[in-house]
Design a protein around this ligand. Sequence first.
Ligand SMILES: Nc1nc2c(c(=O)[nH]1)N[C@H]1C(S)=C(S)[C@@H](COP(=O)(O)O)O[C@H]1N2
Ligand SMILES: [Mo]
Length: 334
Amino acid sequence: MTKRFKPSQTFKSHEITDESVFSSRRRLLKSMGFVGAGALLSGSATARGWFDDDDDKPAFKAKPLDFTRNDSLSTDETMTPYAKVTSYNNFYEFGTSKDDPAENAQDFQVDPWSLKIDGMVRNPITLSYDDILNKFPLEERVYRLRCVEAWSMVIPWLGFELNKLLKLADPLGSAKYVAFKTLFDPKQMPGQRNPFMGGGIDYPYVEGLRLDEAMHPLSLMSVGVYGKTLPPQNGAPIRLVVPWKYGFKSIKSVVRITLTDQEPPTTWNRLAAHEYGFYANVNPNVAHPRWSQASERRITKGGLFSQNRIDTEMFNGYQEVAPLYSNMDLTRYY
Ligand SMILES: Nc1nc2c(c(=O)[nH]1)N[C@H]1C(S)=C(S)[C@@H](COP(=O)(O)O)O[C@H]1N2
Ligand SMILES: [Mo]
């Protein structure tokens, strides 16, 4: 096989051979790592670990999507190139290194998919893969994405407002929060079956918003990036994008959205409550216990030394959300 992550690259035949040998060796070593660690930790290892990464399944191919551009909700800052948006990722289900998701998620199966909206609603809905791409007209929005690790990107997402989906489900008056859940499928997601690879997270990854945050027009369900369907490493087939909050709120590969009257548990808060709150609004004035949030490394073109340091803005520059928090102490509700 060729390395699927660079579909435009052409290999001479001897290079293809080198590439496939290299690739399958790495996969084998990874599988061995899993068998060893898994057997020690849980006794659940099976021979399956050796054969998971077979090359018969069709690898991901981005499909072009129809959309209209939303200029008023887009920034005109320099966009982060596609190659970086799709190769520098946090998606711990596929490994904790930035290049792991692009490396390990290419065979992730997103069709068929099922996204259920349920809980405190009058009209529970289940969307298929085709519904996800076709039920709502798609907009392009260029948003800033600010990770809690103090790097940021500028990304042209394709998607629709979360409030459209919620209105269709018709929340009850008693609903106050929206809970989100990522697919749980350890066969496909190596980080979910190997606690070392998955960063010790208790899967499935879960997130939540207050209902008024979820209804805000900036809250986007994204199905694409740079004019095409989302690559698996970016959360295919559908992920949340909440641009005024730290990146970990923007949960990937969502299978369930549940309306509730209780503040839902969230993955990073469960892991380290004093470091990651439920709200997680981008805030240059509230430092993470282990580093400052006053500035960020903006990832654009070029190598390590061309990446500029810029000031971080309150709510990541999305001042229009400030009224959502007018009577809250954001030092306490971080
Ligand atoms: N299910 C899931 N969603 C996730 C994560 C994850 O590990 N698992 N990482 C989060 C973090 S920390 C960030 S910064 C963004 C990164 O999105 P991107 O890779 O598309 O830039 O995804 C978020 N969504
Ligand atoms: Mo992040």
